[in-house]
Design a protein around this ligand. Structure first.
Ligand code: HXC
Ligand code: NAP
Length: 285
């Protein structure tokens, strides 16, 4: 979507960049000329993604093992990126943990692990990199947070994730205002379902296939394509979106609205059903 070189020489950190949507966004950022730092807990995954993306795009990928829950590792990652490239332009808080479960089955540890990765991990990266931007008087930087549509609706069976993503959304809107004076932009993307191994193994296992059909849950009758999300992310971290700040952009084909609208279930009715209903309704004088 964007002109080539739209992200030329920008140094971008993508947490959780070795897999799934983080990998797809990283690929697109590289194609637009960026230098991309990918981080996660698994070195072998990062190295393999580095190799693949460098071959595919000819760009520079810097893999760095960093558990976003551990501030010391976040600081070490930040300092390593600064030592290697001299600057950080953009932070994409994409790393997450999640699984479906009745909430009453969760131990405190299970609840905390999701909040620690999603909310506190996002805060750790934002705070440590943000303080560097402020102290070094960098004139421009952008943060993009990946949330979900249930950050504002809430959702059963993923309550730790819903709580954590709601917190990330609150942080996005709060710091968009507070740190604008330092030249730091904050925006978020709320994706609907985009197939990834990480999400599908934990949220839509095969056994659920008989109960739900994601395509039918969506007015467009499909799930998302990774490039659609990567395009949006590329735009929101580029200079083209400079008047967008504190926004959360939903990219879900209208899925959450379909679940929300009072009469959306009437989609199922046929023309004959409507003929019958119209006859009855018109009689109500
Ligand atoms: C109940 C569970 C559980 C389950 C784990 N636990 N799975 N409890 N039901 N299905 C409990 C464990 O018993 C343990 O608590 C605690 O959680 C920690 O589990 P560990 O396996 O020790 O943790 P760890 O190995 O660090 O794994 C973290 C993880 C895992 C979050 C549980 O799923 C992970 O690594 N995820 C990273 C990738 C990911 O989740 N990607 C999907 C993002 S998708 P006890 O007390 O028993 O010791 C996403 C999309 C949302 O967010 C929207 C889609 C439309
Ligand atoms: P994914 O491939 O499982 O991505 C999650 C990434 O986070 C992994 O690379 C994982 O790597 C990393 N991670 C997990 N815990 C970490 C930690 N403690 N420190 C550092 N990295 C950690 O799943 P995905 O579907 O692409 O999800 C990416 C983002 O999109 C998430 O924020 C998710 O909530 C959001 N999202 C996805 C969908 C969807 O339909 N796919 C919908 C809405 C929102 P390691 O395990 O190696 O650490």
């Amino acid at each position: 979507m964007l002109a080539s070189n739209s992200l030329k020489d920008k140094v971008i950190i993508v947490t959780g960049g070795g897999t799934g949507l983080g990998k797809s966004m990283s690929t697109y950022f590289l194609e637009l000329g960026a230098i991309v730092v990918i981080t996660s807990r698994k070195n072998d995954v990062l190295i393999s993604t580095q190799k693949e993306l460098e071959e595919q795009t000819g760009g520079i990928v810097f893999p760095f093992v960093c558990d976003v829950r551990l501030v010391d590792q976040v600081i070490a990652m930040r300092d390593a990126v600064l030592a290697k490239f001299g600057r950080i332009d953009i932070l994409v808080n994409n790393a997450a943990g999640n699984f479906i479960s009745p909430t009453e089955r969760l131990s405190t540890k299970a609840f905390n692990i999701i909040v620690d990765i999603v909310l506190k991990g996002t805060i750790n990266c934002t705070l440590e990199i943000g303080k560097h931007w402020i102290e070094s008087k960098q004139t421009k930087a952008k943060v993009l947070n990946i949330v979900t549509t249930y950050a504002w609706t809430g959702s059963s069976y993923v309550v730790p994730s819903a709580c954590a993503k709601a917190g990330v959304l609150a942080m996005t809107r709060s710091l968009a205002v507070e740190w604008a004076k330092y030249g730091i932009w904050f925006n978020a993307i709320a994706p609907g379902p985009f197939p990834t191994k990480g999400a599908w193994d934990r949220l839509f296992p095969k056994e659920l296939g008989e109960i739900i059909n994601l395509e039918n849950k969506n007015p467009l009758k499909r799930v998302g394509n990774h490039i659609e999300l990567a395009n949006l992310a590329g735009y929101l971290i580029s200079d083209y979106s400079d008047f967008i700040n504190g926004e959360v952009v939903t990219i879900d084909g209208g899925e959450w609205l379909m679940g929300a609208g009072e009469f959306n279930f009437l989609n199922q009715l046929s023309e004959t059903d409507w003929d019958n209903i119209e006859n009855v309704v018109r009689k109500a004088k």
